[in-house]
Design a protein around this ligand. Structure first.
Ligand code: PEP
Ligand code: MG
Length: 322
């Protein structure tokens, strides 16, 4: 098994009929670079920057952040590195940043909502990211966008920070792609419109499932209702991929679903371009993809999207993909 995986190292992630995909890794700190290299990641599809803010007693300053981003960008260069701006709140808390008690933290003050209110925190991170951009292939991604207004406001702050750097004579890469996560249903539903304003989408299924099915992802009592195979979730994912492609942008996925072997054939058939997962899942995913054909998985998608329950879909996939 291990040996079979060694064989796909250094190989492309390409289906038997020639569709080329990108298999990237999810990371939380520069210490994860080793795992990326060991598992032959083709890039970073999600750098969860909140870990740089956690387990300490004050905000990381611009210089500390700059060093962390630079380290990852340099190590991966010229491979793409998608760095997500701060996604704090919900299940992730900072001891030094007081957020009022909320009845529903996952529906509350988190991620981009917090960054657009606490502009200094947001701008410091964006300055560090822009400064680091000259050391590699940076793509900036905003989390938890739920409307066009939020996306445009986040982009406006990024442009303000660029103007500040211009005035100070500080350089940054000129070709930085800007993207957003699709993890809120309202964003998925207007993804045809949002796609006109970004360079890429990355689907965050951990939250998208939670919000689409109205199931708290931390509540064990209802975890049977947290369904990756839910037909509503799958239809939404297909819609987002189609909308992205209609507007000519690439669409990736960085939620747990992207590394799930049962799901990969479906996501491939839907046309997903980039799969970002825990680094240890990359080689098994590549091996699986080499055995699949894009053609057959497209037929599979059509079949599955006509089904009415998660159980039926899961059962069908189990019996069809061996
Ligand atoms: C997601 O929601 O799918 C995601 C990748 O983000 P996080 O798990 O950090 O919320
Ligand atoms: Mg999320």
């Amino acid at each position: 098994e291990r040996k079979a995986l060694e064989e796909v190292k250094g190989k492309e992630s390409i289906t038997a009929d020639g569709r080329k995909l990108e298999l990237a890794g999810n990371i939380g700190t520069p210490q994860d670079i080793e795992g990326l290299q060991k598992n032959d990641a083709e890039g970073v599809g999600l750098f969860r920057t909140e870990f740089i803010y956690m387990n300490r007693d004050s905000l990381p300053n611009e210089e500390e952040q700059f060093q962390a981003y630079k380290e990852v960008l340099e190590a991966l260069n010229p491979k793409p590195v998608v760095i997500r701006t701060l996604d704090i709140g919900g299940d992730k808390k900072l001891s030094y940043l007081k957020i009022d008690e909320e009845m529903n933290p996952f529906l509350g003050y988190r991620a981009i909502r917090l960054c657009l209110k606490e502009k200094e925190i947001f701008k410091t991170q964006l300055r560090a990211l822009l400064r680091a951009s000259i050391y590699g292939n940076l793509k900036i991604m905003f989390p938890m966008i739920s409307s066009l207004e939020e996306l445009l406001e986040a982009k406006a702050v990024l442009n303000e920070v660029k103007t500040d750097l211009d005035k100070e004579g500080i350089s940054y890469a000129s070709n930085i792609e800007v993207g957003m996560m699709i993890e809120v249903p309202s964003a998925a539903i207007i993804s045809d419109i949002l796609a006109k304003h970004v360079d890429f989408f990355s689907i965050g299924t951990n939250d998208l499932i939670q919000y689409t099915c109205a199931v708290d992802r931390m509540n064990e009592k209802i975890d049977h209702l947290y369904q990756p195979f839910n037909p509503g979730v799958l239809r939404l994912i297909k819609m987002v991929i189609d909308h992205g492609h209609q507007e000519g942008i690439w669409v990736g996925m960085c939620g747990e679903m992207a590394g799930d072997k049962r799901m990969i054939p479906i996501l491939l058939g839907m046309g997903l371009d980039e799969f970002s997962m825990s680094p240890s899942s990359i080689l098994p995913a590549r091996k699986l993809i080499q055995t699949l054909t894009f053609n057959k998985t497209q037929e599979l998608v059509e079949k599955v999207l006509s089904m009415g329950t998660a159980d039926e879909i899961e059962e069908y996939l189990k019996n069809t993909i061996k």
